[in-house]
Design a protein around this ligand. Structure first.
Ligand code: AMP
Ligand code: MG
Length: 428
């Protein structure tokens, strides 16, 4: 029975970042840079005004005051736009707008509010130091500068910066394309009426959402019954078009476990009973070079397995370090027991310690009610997965353990969910 760590190691040894490619900026959003991006241009590319006002020589208005303004003829009007303005003659001013190129000779911009806003001549009421309200060429980016290093996740600010340095097609690891396939003859698509014996396919939606959270794109394949030919057709039909496949269900030890039946012997796929709870039956391997994750069917098992095994793999495929959920240290707030020999993940909510709970202190973990592998309510209510290590059988109140934060929101350590004592139950 492989451990969680062994199963993870086997997966991570088999997956690699997607092949780098240049893509349009809009497509690059959410991708990871595959190479350092250096500037070939300066930003700004020319000296320009940071204010609406008047370009002047600072020395010529050094004596300006409200009582004794310095009056200069306005010899030009310079809006933002293409072209090079005429040099500023000594003793003159030029009206200039924000972002407009500074005329040669000018060394300060006096903002409108310090003047009478005149158009043929302008009265300046305040002195300005040299360089005031001038944005120098290269002030933001120098040519040749490292603008964004490889491994940067491209968000809105990075998109803006890439555009500013005139990089139209940055080199990225394209988002991994992931097919999500849920199997089960009992499954119907959400929104359909249920006949006896049917259940709504929640896994494909949950796993698809989790895939998207990982920065990958999803192809959800529905209506795959427990029929070997139907499953094989869906699976092999999509394999060539994706970078990974995630299936749920059909990997237990029962009859009709179609995923196991069809994929046994395919590529390097191996089906294992991983020493964990929930989510014992797992499978992973490369089929025609494509990583295939076969997760168990119980909804909580499927999502927890995703977080443990698929999430770090997708991070690596995106071009990032293979990180899973962020881990924090917590204190056990409710005594727990755990079966020996496997690692358990208990759905918990997190509280600050005591009535004056400080957020910088170690949070206290309490299990949420209903820890069965089929009970999604508790996963939806949980903020973290408390990790009970393999060798641990009892975790009294006060035990320090690791917990995996389930969502960014949970980092704000909310409180207020109901909870009960709960032993860790078996998968089935
Ligand atoms: P299996 O591993 O296929 O035997 O499924 C284990 C349990 O999970 C069964 O109770 C299934 O009905 C349930 N299950 C399997 N697939 C899904 C799914 N896509 N959505 C919700 N429940 C599922
Ligand atoms: Mg099934």
């Amino acid at each position: 029975m492989p451990t969680v760590d062994e199963h993870t190691a086997r997966i991570l040894a088999a997956v690699a970042p997607t092949r780098p490619r240049r893509v349009d900026l809009a497509q690059a959003h959410g991708c990871v840079l595959a190479a350092n991006v250096r500037a070939t241009v300066a930003v700004p590319s020319f000296d320009n005004s940071a204010m609406d006002g008047y370009a002047v020589r600072a020395a010529e208005i050094a004596e300006a005051s409200a009582q004794e303004p310095v009056v200069l003829p306005v010899e030009a009007d310079i809006p933002a736009g293409p072209g090079v303005p005429a040099p500023l003659r000594p003793g003159a001013a030029a009206r200039i707008m924000t972002g407009a190129p500074l005329p040669a000779g000018a060394d300060a911009v006096v903002q409108l509010e310090w003047t009478d806003e005149g158009s043929s001549s302008v009265a300046v009421y305040q002195a300005a130091r040299r360089g005031l309200h001038i944005r120098r060429a290269g002030e933001d980016v120098q040519p040749g500068a490292l603008v964004l290093p490889a491994e940067t996740v491209i968000g809105s600010a990075q998109i803006g910066l890439l555009a500013a340095v005139n990089v139209a097609r940055p080199p990225v690891h394209p988002r991994p394309r992931v097919a999500v396939l849920s199997t089960g003859s009992e499954l119907v698509e959400v929104g359909s009426p249920l006949r006896p014996g049917q259940i709504v396919d929640s896994n494909s939606h949950a796993i698809a959402a989790a895939v998207r959270e990982c920065g990958a794109s999803v192809r959800r394949l529905v209506g795959v019954s427990d029929d070997a030919d139907a499953f094989a057709k869906s699976f092999y039909g999509v394999l060539a078009e994706v970078d990974a496949v995630v299936t749920t269900g059909g990997v237990s030890v029962g009859a009709y476990d179609v995923v196991k039946e069809v994929l046994t012997g395919a590529g390097s796929i191996r089906f294992d009973q991983v020493a964990m709870q929930p989510g014992r039956p797992q499978g992973f391997g490369l089929v025609e070079g494509v990583p295939v994750f076969t997760l168990p069917g119980n909804p909580v098992s499927a999502l927890v397995s995703f977080d443990l095994f698929v999430r770090p793999a997708l991070a690596r495929m995106r071009g990032l370090p293979a990180a899973g959920l962020p881990a924090i240290e917590v204190t056990v707030g409710t005594a727990l027991r755990s079966a020996p020999g496997r690692r358990s993940y208990v759905r918990v909510r997190l509280d600050g310690p005591g009535p004056h709970g400080r957020y910088d202190a170690v949070p206290v973990a309490h299990p949420v009610a209903a820890q069965g592998s089929h009970q999604l309510t508790s996963l939806a209510a949980a903020q973290a997965l408390l990790v009970l290590p393999e060798e641990l059988t009892e975790a009294p109140v006060g035990t320090r353990l690791t917990a995996l934060l389930l969502s960014a929101d949970s980092r704000s350590i909310l409180s207020g969910m109901g909870w009960t004592d709960a032993d860790v139950t078996d998968d089935r």
